[in-house]
Design a protein around this ligand. Structure first.
Ligand SMILES: Cc1cc2nc3c(=O)[nH]c(=O)nc-3n(C[C@H](O)[C@H](O)[C@H](O)COP(=O)(O)OP(=O)(O)OC[C@H]3O[C@@H](n4cnc5c(N)ncnc54)[C@H](O)[C@@H]3O)c2cc1C
Length: 397
């Protein structure tokens, strides 16, 4: 029997099974679904998600003031954030009223599921993998491993193929550990890019988040031309934990990711105008940083508003040309000179004020911020990188 029978009828009928089908119940899919569930929208919405159960598989960090729409989900904030190099340089940022904030994915998933559960028209179908989307006359047909369904509009957040070609891959493995050895004064500092260095595999650093007395998240992160073997990352993480925190630590949970930075292939093609991509396949990831959470929240708000006002589903806005160009030049420079990665990031950390740095990371850099970044970075590798970017015609004119 068709798994969707309780609320979906046969796809051949003129009336679709759902007004909106969201493929993928991760960050983007659930962000939109929970907004729709708490808005006056009357459309029927189904989220298709292969997972049967949600775990604390990642943490989302971002900069924000203390009060915002997701404040209730924030598990920790740090008033300061630090950059340091293996060779001893460091820069610490602090700005009153602005914090680096941490949301546990499981808190986010639970909150979204609770809100979705309260709305009769929004359903989360776990254990369901979408396979393909095709356009019928006025609807879309979605094939899944549990049967087919139809919808008037499709939001597609299925992950990009793992082998998506990119300028660099941000590969990371982190562990939340007990009994980290930390100085009391470090408890209020998020170690954004600690011990920056480079080796044969590229540029690397540690991400260190003190979460509570006796608990921290330690992550080894690499920007490399190729995906790093998970075992190599695991060996490095184990060694770093042993070296920095001793043998008494216990691992509570781990999280890992491979984020393609600066995609070099064309984005997936929609089956029609009401089939849009969102989340990472929709361009949510900031090319040069790998941050996406806040961009996804902004998109989810706008998309829900567009649906509520009868304008249909929308994807992420196109990246502004100057930002896209600067990000790609940065990635080209880092790709060509991983050994200078620490210099590049330290130059930015030292030249930009904390405000300007956060504006840059949060897509709100001013013209002055951009000028400061350009003048802070060493000209020769960046002029070469600019030439490589323009020659590859990577940013549409
Ligand atoms: C470990 C980790 C930590 C991160 N930390 C940060 C951070 O601190 N700050 C930040 O801004 N960004 C961070 N990111 C980047 C980004 O915010 C996340 O990757 C975010 O989860 C992207 O949202 P998404 O919805 O595109 O993808 P996901 O959240 O991965 O959701 C995709 C969903 O699609 C489902 N799916 C897979 N195949 C199918 C299918 N065939 N049919 C239907 N559904 C399918 C998956 O199960 C998943 O639930 C992090 C990424 C990772 C991996």
């Amino acid at each position: 029997m068709d798994r969707f029978a309780p609320f979906f009828v046969a796809v051949k009928m003129a009336r679709p099974d759902a007004d909106i089908a969201i493929l993928g119940g991760g960050c983007a899919g659930l962000s939109l679904a929970r907004r729709l569930a708490t808005s006056p929208v009357e459309d029927s919405v189904v989220v298709l998600e292969p997972r049967e159960t949600y775990t604390d598989d990642r943490s989302w960090c971002f900069w924000a003031g203390l009060t915002h729409a997701n404040s209730h989900l924030v598990a920790h904030v740090w008033p300061r954030w630090r950059f340091s190099t293996q060779s001893g340089g460091s820069a610490t940022h602090e700005r009153a009223g602005l914090c680096y904030q941490y949301v546990r994915s499981l808190d986010f998933y639970d909150d979204a599921r609770e809100q979705i559960g309260r709305h009769a028209g929004v359903h989360l179908e776990t254990g369901t993998r979408a396979q393909s989307v095709s356009k019928l006359a006025n609807q879309y047909r979605i094939e899944t491993d549990q049967g087919a369904l139809s919808a008037n509009a499709v939001i597609d957040t299925r992950p990009l193929p793992p082998d998506s070609p990119a300028l660099l891959y941000q590969c990371f493995l982190g562990a939340e550990i007990t009994h980290p050895r930390m100085r009391p004064e470090d408890a209020e500092i998020a170690g954004l890019m600690e011990a920056m260095a480079s080796d044969a595999d590229g540029f690397n650093f540690l991400y260190v988040l003190p979460l509570a007395p006796g608990r921290a998240l330690i992550e080894v992160t690499r920007f490399a031309k190729r995906r790093i073997d998970p075992k190599a990352l695991n060996d490095q993480l184990t060694a770093e934990i042993g070296r920095l925190h001793g043998s008494e630590t216990e691992v509570i949970r781990t999280e890992a990711g491979v984020l393609p930075m600066g995609l070099t292939h064309s984005v997936p093609q929609p089956a029609g105008p009401q089939h849009v991509f969102a989340g990472l396949p929709g361009g949510a990831l900031r090319q040069a940083s790998g941050y996406a959470f806040q961009r996804i929240q902004t998109w989810a708000d706008k998309c829900a508003t567009s649906i509520a006002s009868g304008h249909g589903v929308i994807g992420h806005p196109p990246e502004p040309k100057i930002r896209a160009l600067m990000d790609r030049i940065f990635l080209h420079a880092l790709r060509a000179h991983p050994e200078r990665g620490a210099d590049f990031f330290m130059a930015m950390a030292k030249r930009l004020s904390p405000d300007a740095f956060v504006r840059f990371m949060s897509d709100a850099a001013t013209v002055g911020d951009k000028m400061n970044i350009v003048t802070a970075l060493p000209p020769v590798p960046f002029l070469k990188a600019a030439w490589a970017t323009l020659r590859a015609r990577e940013v549409a004119a």
